[in-house]
Design a binder for this molecule. Structure first.
Ligand SMILES: Nc1nc2c(ncn2[C@@H]2O[C@H](COP(=O)(O)OP(=O)(O)OP(=O)(O)O)[C@@H](O)[C@H]2O)c(=O)[nH]1
Ligand SMILES: [Mg+2]
Length: 223
């Protein structure tokens, strides 16, 4: 009997993720892994963000969902090149899926690839996809205790976007608490407060992303 340990599978994923990262960097494509629980507002955030890029970047999107293509259709309506991955039950994307999805962008000239991961605060934390930046989304409707209860995903993120801030008055979500917990878990991470549906806070997020890509190009020596 052959037994494969989970840690060996994760090692294989990390190896593939490193290859993805290298592959994308060689093409000057900045890759962002967008994570957060189901319905926290990831796709709505992307819709708002793309409006604010004002042509400064050419994005493409990989949509990860257990089933269906609703989010990919939302991207298509914006004219954004998109590939949908259906995991058929798996609660996260992995590096192998990203490598396979890349072929779907053959005609697109991208400089930003955003991967909207499957909605999940647990499984997505453990899988490097080969991204250059990880952004975690938390909506005010989910509660401000989530950083303490699901620390790994926040610890491993470069930015926290607090979404649905238009609903703050209807919740007991304390933004200072979430900011404080994020500072402890990921001291270097940026924190943004947005209401994507109402186009609030999106410009600074878009500007930050453009600057992040610029730093990425400088670091890879290709700016
Ligand atoms: N009030 C309010 N609602 C929002 C905001 N952003 C998103 N929503 C709503 O929240 C619901 C889920 O939004 P999505 O963007 O589809 O969430 P998601 O994280 O992409 O969901 P999954 O891909 O299924 O995990 C939708 O009904 C949105 O209209 C916001 O800023 N304010
Ligand atoms: Mg979505």
């Amino acid at each position: 009997m052959r037994i494969v340990a989970a840690k060996d599978l994760l090692k294989a994923n990390d190896q593939l993720a490193a290859e993805n990262r290298h592959f994308l960097a060689a093409r000057q494509i900045f890759c962002v892994n967008l994570v957060g629980s189901p319905g926290c507002g990831k796709t709505t955030l992307l819709e708002g963000l793309f409006r604010h890029l004002d042509g400064r970047l050419s994005p493409g999107v990989i949509e990860g969902d257990i089933a269906g293509q609703i989010d990919a259709e939302r991207m298509e309506r914006l004219g954004v090149p998109v590939v949908q991955i259906n995991t058929e039950g798996m609660c996260h994307l992995d590096a192998n899926m990203i490598a396979a999805a890349w072929d779907g962008f053959t005609d697109a000239d991208l400089d930003l690839l955003i991967i909207e991961n499957v909605g999940n605060l647990v499984c997505t934390a453990g899988y490097d996809l080969g991204e250059h930046l990880r952004v975690v989304v938390l909506s005010v409707a989910e509660g401000d205790d989530k950083l303490i209860k699901y620390p790994a995903i926040f610890q491993r993120s470069n930015a926290l976007v607090i979404t649905k801030c238009d609903l703050l008055a209807h919740t007991n979500f304390a933004v200072p608490r979430a900011r404080g917990d994020m500072r402890r878990l990921a001291p270097e991470a940026q924190v943004f407060e947005v209401a994507s549906l109402h186009d609030q806070g999106m410009a600074s997020l878009a500007d930050w992303l453009v600057r992040q890509r610029q730093s990425f190009l400088s670091a890879t020596g290709d700016n």
